[in-house]
Design a binder for this molecule. Structure first.
Ligand SMILES: [Cu+2]
Length: 95
């Protein structure tokens, strides 16, 4: 906590298993377990596309505890509505 953390995500196509190189990866950090508080710290934001299907999420947490990184992928050419079909939660512990 109190310094920048980075999480690198490798995003693969569900059907082919190939890296998704031009997706939009939108994330939000929730305080607590998934869907427990729905308090999204700093709102939703996009991960940085590093190429090769890799996306970088950067954030800084000021308080210790358990957080949920909600990750959503919108494949190129797909609408916003597809994001909840391409969703994964990642547990984060700040200390
Ligand atoms: Cu989620």
């Amino acid at each position: 906590m109190g310094k920048e953390a980075q999480v690198k995500l490798l995003v693969l196509d569900k059907n082919t298993g190939n890296p998704l190189t031009d997706a939009q990866v939108t994330v939000g950090l929730e305080e607590g377990a998934p869907m427990s508080s729905m308090n999204m710290i700093g709102g939703m934001f996009d991960a940085e596309n590093l190429g090769g299907g890799t996306y970088l999420v950067k954030f800084t947490l000021d308080s210790p505890g358990y957080y949920t990184l909600h990750t959503h992928v919108i494949p190129a050419g797909k609408s916003m509505h597809s994001m909840m079909n391409n969703h994964m939660d990642i547990g984060i512990i700040a200390k």
